[in-house]
Design a protein around this ligand. Structure first.
Ligand code: R5P
Length: 330
């Protein structure tokens, strides 16, 4: 049976004895394996497969009665299938009498639908939170939620990890000798950018302010802050079509930045995003493995991946151990 129980060293310090199980859906097996590897556990023996009509079927092949189980399943593309897999995994675990079930959802799909943009529209992020809870999740663990308030959509404990320490270490190693400027690609991302800047010895901050004076007029990008001669680090939670980032990178280069590199937690990269990035003013796009990287992204010499498996693994270890998760970010 897959259990820990030894004392050993970890990236984040000493690991004492613990007991837990790590199970995975199909949405990001490499990440789940890496998390299990960090915790020196095998993945729980389970199969998550499809019937001929595409219905999902889950079977857990080992005893989980009374166990503390963590199900790793980002709800990325195809969001609906991956969400349904997660819900069915949770249901299977609940009916198999797991003691506690934590939904580990490094990328929380539907998070951008966190408010009503107009009359008669849904708040789908809240609906998804309800579904996870109703399926039987006791806790949720996510990374860089689109908006921190989404934690409040759950009435169960929800930990929101930040990829910033992993990004800051990489930025220091690669760009630490340059005159840095941390840039938020929009006004909404300033808090995230400021937090990263603080980790980079209080690097200065700039903001891309997008304005469309009248409907139908093209968007104007104003840069708040002097980026001339600076190695700009654009930070955001999501790159989807790539439009926000590539336009911001061009605007920064036009203002005299020496280079623009983007650090983005969730590489959604839909449609033509990879080729848009490859043809953009970006020196490099750095994403994490919260979502399984597509072959097209892996092949692009402009896109690099950082792993957050040790970060998530350590948070899981601390949850199982009932020790502080927030101190990971001190
Ligand atoms: C928006 O609020 C998010 O933080 C991202 O800026 C956005 O989702 C990126 O989308 P796209 O890559 O399609 O411009």
């Amino acid at each position: 049976m897959a259990r820990g129980g030894r004392d050993r060293a970890s990236t984040f310090g000493r690991i004492e004895g613990f007991a837990m199980k790590i199970m995975s859906g199909n949405s990001n097996l490499p990440l789940a394996r890496a998390i299990a590897g960090y915790l020196e556990l095998p993945l729980t023996d389970a199969s998550v497969r499809r019937f001929a009509d595409e219905e999902i079927f889950v079977e857990i092949h080992e005893n989980v009665r009374g166990e503390d189980v963590f199900v790793v399943q980002p709800t990325s593309y195809p969001a609906n299938d991956n969400l349904m897999e997660l819900l069915i995994c949770i249901d299977a675990l609940r009916r198999a009498s797991a003691k506690r079930i934590t939904a580990v959802v490094p990328y929380f799909g539907y998070a951008r639908q966190d408010r009503k943009p107009g009359p008669r529209t849904p708040i789908s992020a809240k609906l998804v939170a309800n579904l996870m809870t109703e399926a039987g999740a006791d806790r949720v663990l996510s990374v860089d939620l689109h908006a921190g308030q989404i934690q409040g959509f759950f009435d169960i404990p929800t930990d929101n990890l930040f990829a910033a320490p992993v990004m800051a270490a990489d930025i220091q190693a690669r760009y630490g000798d340059q005159a840095l400027m941390v840039v938020s690609p929009d006004v909404g991302g300033v808090v995230r950018a400021r937090a990263l800047a603080k980790r980079l010895d209080n690097a200065p901050l700039a903001i891309v302010d997008k304005r469309r004076d009248k409907p139908g007029q093209s968007e104007v990008m104003n840069i708040i802050g002097d980026v001339k001669g600076r190695a700009c680090i654009l930070i955001d939670d999501i790159i989807d079509s790539g439009g926000t980032l590539c336009n911001a990178a061009q605007a920064l280069m036009d203002e005299g930045a020496s280079s623009v590199t983007a650090y983005i937690t969730h590489g959604v990269l839909s449609g033509a995003a990879v080729s848009r990035v490859s043809n953009s003013a970006l020196k490099e796009l750095v994403i994490t493995d919260s979502i399984q990287t597509t072959d097209a992204a892996k092949e692009s010499d402009r896109i690099r991946e950082l792993t957050i498996a040790p970060l998530i693994g350590e948070a899981i270890r601390r949850i199982a151990d009932e020790s502080s998760v927030s101190s990971l970010f001190d």
